[in-house]
Design a protein around this ligand. Structure first.
Ligand code: ADP
Ligand code: MG
Length: 693
């Protein structure tokens, strides 16, 4: 008899799943019983034994049982119901801020309660806020027999509900109802673990499970699933690559006149690394398959020139180029650079951001569609549906880590159907540790510009307490009086552009008052594009001595004469961001300095971060450290973009699996291609699937 596998059984067949619940679950991409089983607990609670009240510890979850000694409504800063519970070993306070009259009446003296919650230190000793509780009447109410899983949830779905659902799903697991797609189970710590074993265990770990390992995600059963999850992501990217590569692309052959002319006018020779990467790119561009290339190069390594040479190849062959930057400022800078370089060559440069509106926008879109512009520079706006090109041959994405895979994908739709897909060149200044690159960019070939242009002087970094601000202001005065320009970067904890802008405005006023002899400028994300552009222009032309800025200047801004940078509250920023910011100085021939100000006391992480910055100027070293301190999500900016939302794997913790993942991925694609889609389907929620057929 053939039976159904669990991916074929819709959740609606479970008890308690009506249309409404089904819709909620679908919102979490849970449609089948298998989906439910792959919705894994985030953590576990131990409700298998009762902790004596006298042995409760602050910060720990515990089950306690005792007798109510008093329950009163207290009118403190907030009205609350306070209940004292006693078990012979001690007394503890239960505190409820939301409660009903019935609830108060239920908690009358002498009632026995079993509670679960986290003990915290409160005004009356240890307290449990809003514990879960049940009244116990009989002598011995049964205890939980397995660790209690806590599931990732969304509104309207209780943990109890999740437990009921997962229990039903677990009951349906019979031999061969979960398909093993791996040709053989991965060898983890020497033992082979089946999928079925792993899932049963992780949904209901036994009471003697090694909680420490589970908490760290290092249990072999978790590793088994992490392996499969990383594999699914890898396959998804490889599939995306092969789908993209299955399309034709226009080969750019010959036509070196524009590039030659450009190089002659440039005023400097390419570094060896730039030269090598240009050769790699040119090789790709000659093919009739789309290039998919990531160029990694530390800040200041000269990626823009490399991009310009690729663009000229496309234009020389009669195609258009789209260049996308993550911020307006950076897009403007490219616009200025490309205009300066390419107008003399007779090229026409277009400009499209979200702020280009109305008639102007319409004209720009028409010009692109009618091939009146060769190169269009812009921001996210270039991804929008209405944007179409006549002959898009190359898409360049600068600072890729700010964009997600999805956005990258949206681009290939922009070329008209008859010419195939555009070539893609992706540039990032965030040096990505190799393991990360391997998984997050499995679909891209990579080139590295591992050499800085000659004549750069390394930036000396010092770390100084905010309290010594006056001293730093003097330092700025001295530097500027010698004709050196300075950045002063304001940062805020809150992710509010408005607040950050306000802080920068205040700082600017304050500094101008302290340094009346200097020309002080201000730039922040709330200013209009043309205002920002004119401030940047003034700074570039040395019309301003001091530029007070928010982190909007983080990426790419290039003013070689600026040789001092002050970063306020540097401890709040991540290493990658600090490295980017610092990269704004040290671009000229004068010795540059970076002052990292911090608010004491400095936490352990903050200390380590600032120390790393002081000790190293190598982007790769800093990135490795960043990965260690913060994890890959932050590093790749994936929090925002949704790239690689992992359920159980952790790129850093599980990086030792990645080599094997890569091997198995290739093996599956070659030998078991029918396993690829089901694996992707199993692990990647619909929203995250990069390659949709
Ligand atoms: P990034 O890689 O950070 O985007 P840019 O492309 O902005 O770096 O280049 C930084 C600066 O170095 C620019 O002023 C650029 O003109 C200059 N530059 C780039 N390549 C060279 C080179 N080979 N020799 C000298 N200066 C160069
Ligand atoms: Mg750049």
């Amino acid at each position: 008899m053939s039976h159904q596998t669990l991916d074929e059984i819709p959740v609606q067949q479970l008890k308690g799943v009506g249309p409404k619940m089904a819709e909620k679950l679908a919102g979490l991409s849970i449609r089948s019983v298998q989906d439910l089983l792959f919705h894994l607990p985030l953590r576990y609670q131990d409700r298998t034994r009762i902790t004596p009240i006298g042995a409760l510890q602050a910060g720990a979850d515990a089950v306690i049982e005792g007798e109510v000694k008093a329950a009163d409504i207290v009118f403190g800063r907030r009205r609350s119901l306070v209940c004292r519970l006693q078990d012979g070993t001690g007394t503890v306070t239960l505190r409820f801020f939301h409660f009903s009259a019935a609830q108060k009446n239920n908690l009358s003296n002498g009632t026995r309660l079993r509670c679960f919650g986290e003990a915290r230190r409160g005004s009356s000793g240890l307290e449990l806020y809003h514990p879960e509780y049940t009244l116990v009447s009989g002598q011995q109410a049964p205890m939980e027999e397995a660790l209690t899983p806590i599931y990732p949830s969304s509104e309207g779905l209780s943990q109890q509900g999740w437990r009921k659902l997962s229990q039903q799903a677990l009951n349906l697991v019979k031999p061969n109802t979960l398909v093993e797609w791996l040709p053989q189970p991965p060898q983890l710590n020497g033992s082979a673990v089946s999928l079925e074993q792993a899932l049963l265990y992780l949904h209901r770990p036994p009471t003697d499970a090694p909680v420490g390992l589970l908490r760290e995600g290092e249990h072999p059963y978790q590793q088994r699933l992490a392996f499969e999850e990383l594999l699914a992501h890898n396959l998804s990217l490889l599939k995306l690559r092969s789908q993209t590569r299955a399309h034709g692309a226009p080969p750019f052959i010959g036509e070196d006149r524009l590039s030659d002319e450009f190089l002659q006018e440039l005023g400097f020779a390419l570094t060896g690394a730039q030269q090598r990467v240009v050769t790699e790119i040119n090789h790709d561009l000659k093919q009739s398959k789309p290039m998919l290339r990531l160029v990694q190069g530390d800040v200041g390594s000269g990626k823009t020139v490399v991009a310009a040479l690729a663009a000229l190849k496309a234009v020389a062959c009669g195609y258009q180029v789209a260049i996308m930057a993550p911020t307006e400022i950076l897009a403007e800078q490219h616009f200025t650079n490309f205009g300066h370089w390419m107008q003399p060559l007779g090229l026409s440069i277009g400009w499209l951001t979200g702020k280009v509106k109305g008639k102007q926008r319409k004209q720009q879109l028409e010009a692109m569609l009618e091939h009146q512009v060769d190169i269009v520079i812009g921001t996210h706006a270039l991804f929008q549906d209405e944007v179409q090109f006549a002959k898009l041959g190359l898409a360049i994405i600068d600072e890729q880590h700010r964009f997600g895979v999805h956005q990258r994908l949206a681009l290939k739709e922009k070329a008209s159907a008859d010419i195939g897909h555009p070539h893609q060149l992706i540039m990032t200044a965030t040096p990505i540790p190799r393991t990360l690159a391997m998984s997050a960019y499995a679909d891209l070939d990579t080139s590295v510009i591992d050499e800085l242009p000659p004549g750069r002087t390394p930036v000396t970094t010092v770390v100084i307490d905010n309290a010594r601000r006056a001293q730093i202001v003097e330092r700025v005065r001295n530097a500027c009086s010698e004709g050196r320009q300075t950045y002063w970067v304001c940062t805020l904890i809150e992710e509010s552009e408005a607040l950050e802008a306000q802080a920068a405005e205040d700082t600017c006023e304050n500094l101008q008052a302290l340094l009346p002899e200097l020309n002080v400028g201000l730039i922040h994300g709330r200013m209009k594009a043309d205002e920002k552009a004119s401030v940047m222009q003034a700074f570039k032309e040395n019309g301003l001595d001091l530029l007070v800025a928010t982190t909007v200047i983080e990426v790419g801004v290039d003013v070689p004469n600026a040789s001092l940078m002050i970063i306020e509250n540097a401890e709040r920023l991540g290493l990658a961001q600090l490295h980017q910011l610092r990269g704004r100085v040290g671009r000229g021939s004068t010795a540059s300095h970076c002052v990292l100000m911090y608010q004491s006391p400095l936490g352990q992480q903050g200390k380590q971060r600032l120390q790393t910055m002081r000790q190293s100027s190598d982007g790769f070293v800093i990135a490795e450290k960043d990965l260690e301190l913060r994890g890959p999500g932050e590093l790749l900016g994936t929090r925002q973009t949704g790239l690689m939302q992992l359920r159980i794997a952790d790129l850093e913790r599980d990086s030792h699996l990645l080599e094997q993942v890569k091997v198995v991925a290739e093996q599956l694609l070659q030998q078991h291609p029918n396993a690829v889609d089901p694996l992707i389907q199993r692990w990647l929620a619909d929203g995250e699937q990069y390659a949709q057929v």
